[in-house]
Design a protein around this ligand. Structure first.
Ligand SMILES: *Cc1c(COP(=O)(O)O)cnc(C)c1O
Length: 358
């Protein structure tokens, strides 16, 4: 574990008069139902960032013509803070989220967010609302940084003014147990040259029609296939996909259409460097999965991402496909255990992933 660099964090803080925390049961929060007391906000005008501030969590009032409402020039990040067994708040690879936010910003022609604004802002906010982090048996503090275009202008062009905010929310598990995924060739999530590798707002609303169809078929989410041949597996919702085939760990490559997950990267490193598993980042078609399943070679399928951590996939169904995954889940269970224990400081952190906010 590493301590964050000493900062002379000069972010002005206006505290809430009265915390809402006494009314919240942190051992039973539903994802997205409760938000912490404070949020961070900053504005960028013509490329210059003004001093950020932290204040009470509150609504944002904007002109009806504000760019983000109409053309979705908006991006976000998702990360979590936990508490160690001694109660110290910890972040997991926060710099990776900052880097990815700025890659998304470049793709969407938005202002870059400076490293100090993102990281010091995050640390100050999480320290301030540290009591909102649920006890680690019950969940974590979900952190949502986001950047949006706020020119009060209805014309179609990149904004000159942006707002960056971070708020946090105590959360329990995202998925309870396992998920069933829906296979479809009707909808796509992303295409080459598109915005699939950015965490851009519009990617998600564009997937709702597929999700609605998945839901009509009793599934939890869509297993997205590639946009050209509708064969190669891409990802799912907010999770990257991992398969265990004949003892090898196989996952689709980052080719511009899938979101480069920080959990994905961490899982692949754990598999390669700590668990001695062979890892293949290569295209994997739905036909290959169906065949491997029929041949008894497919032993596991799971999704990995910040919100869902490591989530077992119980079935892949739809479009003539019906794959029911076998029960044993040894590989994913070990990965989940390693990720969780490294993050909580119960195991050495060989990669320097965990940042303590003492
Ligand atoms: C955020 C996200 C992921 C997971 O990324 P992490 O950094 O692991 O949380 C995967 N796919 C999509 C589409 C996402 O938005």
């Amino acid at each position: 574990m590493s301590a964050p660099p000493a900062t002379s964090s000069a972010i002005p803080i206006q505290r809430v008069a009265e915390s809402r925390l006494p009314d919240v049961d942190l051992t039973r929060v539903v994802f997205g139902s409760v938000y912490s007391d404070h949020m961070l906000s900053a504005t960028c005008r013509d490329g210059a960032w003004e001093t950020p501030s932290i204040g009470p969590f509150r609504p944002i009032a904007l002109h009806p013509a504000t760019a983000v409402f109409h053309y979705a020039q908006a991006i976000f990040e998702g990360m979590k803070a936990h508490r160690t067994d001694e109660g110290v708040p910890v972040l997991f690879r926060p710099r990776q989220n900052w880097k990815r936010l700025n890659r998304s910003a470049r793709r969407m022609v938005m202002a870059d967010v400076p490293e100090e604004l993102f990281l010091d802002g995050l640390r100050t906010l999480v320290r301030l609302d540290r009591d909102w982090i649920p006890p680690n048996a019950h969940g974590s503090l979900y952190i949502r940084p986001f950047l949006m275009a706020v020119d009060p202008y209805i014309g179609v062009r990149p904004s000159r003014e942006y707002q960056f905010h971070i708020f946090t929310a105590p959360v329990g598990a995202y998925y309870e147990g396992s998920v069933n995924l829906y296979v479809t060739r009707r909808w796509i999530r992303a295409a080459e040259g598109g915005t699939g590798e950015a965490k851009a707002a519009g990617n998600y609303s564009g997937s709702y029609a597929g999700m609605a169809e998945a839901s009509e078929h009793g599934c939890d989410n869509v297993l997205w296939l590639d946009s050209k041949e509708h064969r190669y597996i891409e990802e799912c919702g907010t999770m990257n996909m991992v398969f265990v085939l004949g003892g090898r760990v196989v996952t689709p490559p980052l080719g511009g259409t899938i979101l480069p997950g920080i959990t994905r990267d961490s899982v692949l490193r754990l598999c390669r460097e700590e668990m001695g598993l062979e890892v293949e980042e290569r295209p994997i078609s739905i036909e290959e999965v169906v065949e491997a399943h029929a041949d008894g070679v497919l032993s596991e399928c799971f999704g990995v991402g910040t919100a869902a951590v490591v989530t077992r996939v119980a079935s892949l169904v739809g479009d003539g496909v019906e794959v029911r995954l076998p029960e044993p889940t040894a590989v994913q269970d070990e990965i989940r255990d390693r990720l969780t224990t490294i993050r909580l400081g119960r195991r050495p952190d060989p990669f320097g992933w965990v940042e303590r906010l003492d």
